[in-house]
Write a new protein. Sequence first.
Length: 933
Amino acid sequence: MVLLLKGNRLIATEAMTANVLMRLVSLAVRRPLCINGEEVSAYDLERLAEEAKRTGRPVQFGDPASAARHLPQSRSPRSVAQLADVSVHIEPSGDMVQKGDAKTIESKFRHTHQAKVLAHLTAKLFDLQHLSEQAEVTKRLRSFLKVEEARLRIARRLGAQGQWTAAARSFVFDALIAHIFKAVADGPGADGEASCAIVALGGYGRRELAPFSDIDLLFLHTNHAPAATREMIERIQHLLWDASLNVGHRYHTIAECVSAARIDAHLQTALVTARLVAGDATLFERLSAALKRERRRNAQSLLETVRSSHEDRHQQYGRAIYLQEPNVKESVGGLRDLHTALWAASARYDCRTLAELRTQGFISEDEYRRAEGSYDFLLRVRQEAHWLTNRKTDRLALDLQPTLAEEFGYKASPHIEASESFMRDYYARARELHLFSESLLARASESAEPTAGAARSFDLLRRERRGEVFWIKNKQLQLEGDARLFMQNPLLIFEAFAFAQAADVPLSHHLRQSINRSLTVVDRDFRCSAEAAHLFLRLLQRRGRVGRALRSMHETGFLGRYLPEFNRISLLIQHDLYHHYTIDEHTLRCIEAVDNLTTSEGEARASLRSAFDEVENVALIYLSILLHDLGKGQGKGHAARGAVIAARICQRLNLDPVSASKVVSLVQHHLLMAHVSQRRNLSEGQVVTAFTTEIKSLDVLNMLLLLTYADLHGTGPLVWSEWKGALLLELYRRARFAIVGGPAPLAEGEVTAQLKQRVNNLLAGEIRASEIERHFALLPARYARATSAVEVIAHLRLIEALDIKAFVCRWYNRTNHATALTICARDRRGLFADIAGALASQGIEILSADLYTREDGFVIDTLVLREAAGHGAVAEHRWATIERGLHLCLTVACDVGAQVERWRTQNAPRHPKTSSRAKALSVRRRVTATHVT
């Protein structure tokens, strides 16, 4: 029993559960509670509640028996369950509301929160200008912010929306900064002539602060500001630092601000949401007027800047919504997508918010509602990530996702974890936000007239279709009409995708919306229609253009409606360190990988292009890739389950028995070729014989090669490697010879001889032929299978450059997400461990490693690396620093483990729960001429 006696005194005769502790938090916001004689703050109660929830053990204060003796006899104290504090809402069960009536709760807090903040601020900091003790000032400032953050956490737990919570946090800082400004301006030694304005920028300007967001401020002052103004700004700045605020600040006059924005894209966009927090309102109004004139004068320049930064950001973050560990702010579909679209809208329409765009008719009510809902969900996710990790955390790491799912109230089902359900909702909201933002950005950026290229495409389409339902404007396929056209003739939906595929243009936002609103016509009869099946398979016949068409079908919701089996794997993440994307995104990337073979060049993809050219029915390979992972999400054995599903779909698509058999076989055996090529000795005849027994025909072998390549290529940016490709093609050549005969595959000696010849030709005498011969003799035969001539030359040059050095290396960027590093050194015990430790101490992760050791002791290690913090490629400006770290670890007797631990302590995310998963490191084994380790 927990009883309230008087004021802030409580008696607890038994240990308190997490639910009871959480219900007490709001009572301790204004002042600490005294429970059984122990003083406890709101922050302490919340921390104890989280600990009790995690461990399942209740918390006990003092001695319950002693506390019971202090129960009053003359009156009936109120129990906590009977308290009627407006800041707390308790269900009859006693549990705090996780997903309550958001509007009711938000309305209640909106009317009370600001008054409470101001009252608390006045009580805590009423005499700020008279305080002389720096320690006391710091204590009060931090105490104020600590209590207000606790109040916001309570509001969020009770169901407050993400945008409300972010705006409420912004109000807290508004009130604090305004109070500090007034205290400094009115304090001892203040000069009445000092004049400036404090302006909020960026996210703070939007009133969208997360718990650990940066606070971007502009200190705006007049020309030739007196020394008193500069002193006042410095005093304000120091007080903000004392409050432990992460403040980004600029000092500008109006002219300086406008001038700086012309050359600083970040400032230019941050100023779009500028608003006055404290100080000279007239000065700020002059700035606003100047910025408005500048935006009107240079609207096109701002649009180009916005689009350029938008493209660069998408490129940096992988051009995918469905990443395994997305960045809730910066990834495709993240919060920044909408920010970018609104920056463009401010330049084109002079509207800075969704509400303004809706009011002026630039977006519909439905668009507003869906974008607002998706954006709010992402804001809540970001705020929870900050709270749970106790730091600015925008990447939804694998070990953070289960905790987020728990906080949002998701439950596990027999085949899907709670975290997978949570991420499924995240991806759906991110996709919604991305599509809306892209549409708004396109509308704001589009020119008044179609380009000449678009006009030519328009004429082409009219000749092809002889109709005016579809046409092209601004390089997008447009619809003349609305969703009723598709309701009257559902097969027109396939026509839309076919025209877009033929002209190689995307669907317009209006056309996408019209298709999405017509999905109810895609019923069982439509799915079983022979005409629909014919049109679908016709889309799969356009070699090299299938991926974009299927992606458009997926984005509109049509693909999952037409193939309900595909809808079951949509937005479903796999919680392992091997797959980088959701299953549906992985599938689409696999199809795009095969598409890209049609435009690829060079020797590396020649065999794949040749196999693609030999495929008898292109639609079958595309269909097999589309269906290959449909068995996932239902437990183990997805290939066998997928084959059953594929057979059902083939029947629905009216495929002939031979074609259906090929598709089912490919789905059932889609893991076989990778498994055999990477894990079995291909020189053993029975291995190839057993493999070809399952394959049976050259057409199936060609398609299985393409499916295996696509599956590896689409799993993640670094899963495919030339080493895997060499093994795969070796198995393909041996199996092809076994099935159809013809020229026998080259023996290992012949492969090596051909490679030596290419290396000699390229070097043209730079390195003696005898040295090249010796290099191959000192390495295993498989080196020639897995290494290109260009790589061999790089290895030879590194060995020549080594001389008396501890090591030499060569850097090059493989993708936007990873960097390759080849290291040449002399072998010794623990060499690779020291290399790995040296890299880890610099915050670098090793994703894969090809390790070779020559018989004379020279080591050639090629490592694929990425930044541990941002999961991106290693920046070039870091290469020299990393090399110095490698040199230190390889030449000096230093404690590598201590250096790694030091980096982890300083930089590793503080997740609430540690993951049991080990980091995946794909090592191609240490290969020498005589043995493998």
